[in-house]
Design a protein around this ligand. Structure first.
Ligand code: HEC
Ligand code: HEC
Length: 226
């Protein structure tokens, strides 16, 4: 196990999380996290099972947010702040979204989805996905390349994407075991500017060679099992 690094970035977010939690707990059932706390015996099922909004998400993101479609990301297990931040990037126009056809024939994309969420719906979905289990997608990979990716990641990315992109406490999207096809598309989107990066990530990302990027994708696809 690699050590987890804490830093200013993380502490800045802790305050926000505490405020958010206090707000959420005011009007939603206590979020499920698998561990029972004494004295709280009321039914937690509605959130664990997923309501209408989560079912809408899962039409594309798969059952409980575990995607069966390699060009759509799994989002099960993303922290509350990670999902909220990601939804914001669509609303703020920082990320272009692909249009996807739903089983009933209607078409939509993440910008429309994010914009249609009420505050209450959003809180419910972020809690729901934070309480699902992140399950890496088993995929073939080149172990030597993944090891090389780990070295570059350790130096340039680990500061924010803890534990090779596997730790929900980073409050960022999880990448270890994410679909290769989706990851490749996002690296291309960062390269072309279709998706914006924070200045701090860009500073590091722009120092990567094409080979470094391939190696990091391999590391993510390996989910650390190299
Ligand atoms: C019509 C299909 C569709 C629906 C419905 C949908 N999504 Fe998405 N979602 C996508 C696609 C495709 C992407 C990634 C590519 C893109 O941005 O177009 C994505 C990306 C995301 C991401 C970013 C993941 C990452 O790793 O960066 C989050 C978070 C997300 N969706 C949450 C949700 C939530 C929450 C809902 C329900 C309220 C939802 N999505 C509904 C198709 C959908
Ligand atoms: C200063 C913190 C920081 C550093 C350093 C950083 N990132 Fe990020 N990264 C972020 C943030 C914040 C996001 C979420 C961006 C968004 O909301 O669209 C992100 C998102 C991503 C995503 C998108 C994943 C997804 O599913 O949407 C990838 C891939 C990624 N980073 C790769 C890297 C790589 C590779 C490096 C090292 C070269 C790196 N990052 C360094 C903060 C950082």
């Amino acid at each position: 196990m690699k050590s987890r690094r804490s830093h200013v970035y993380r502490y800045r977010r802790c305050g926000a999380l505490a405020a958010l939690a206090a707000f959420v707990l005011g009007f939603l059932p206590f979020p499920t996290n698998g561990s029972e706390s004494p004295g709280r015996t009321h039914d937690r099922q509605p959130i664990a099972r997923g309501g209408a909004v989560e079912k809408h998400c899962n039409q594309c993101h798969g059952e409980n947010g575990h995607s069966e479609t390699p060009d759509i990301p799994s989002i099960a297990g993303f922290s509350m702040l990670a999902t909220m931040d990601l939804l914001d990037t669509y609303r703020m126009g920082l990320r272009t979204a692909r249009t996807v056809k739903l089983p009933d024939g209607t078409e939509t994309n993440m910008v429309e989805v994010a914009e249609s969420l009420s505050e209450k719906d959003e809180l419910e979905v972020v809690i729901y996905f934070a309480n699902q289990e992140w399950r890496p997608h088993p995929q073939t990979f080149d172990a030597e390349l993944a090891r090389r990716g780990d070295l570059v990641h350790e130096e340039k990315c680990e500061r924010c994407h803890y534990d090779g992109g596997r730790d929900p406490e980073s409050d960022l999207p999880l990448s270890a075991g994410q679909w290769r096809e989706y990851l490749e598309a996002e690296f291309e989107n960062f390269d072309s500017g279709r998706r914006a990066m924070s200045d701090k990530m860009k500073e590091k990302y722009d120092t990567l060679s094409a080979a470094d990027k391939q190696a990091i994708i391999e590391l993510y696809v390996s989910a650390g099992n190299y």
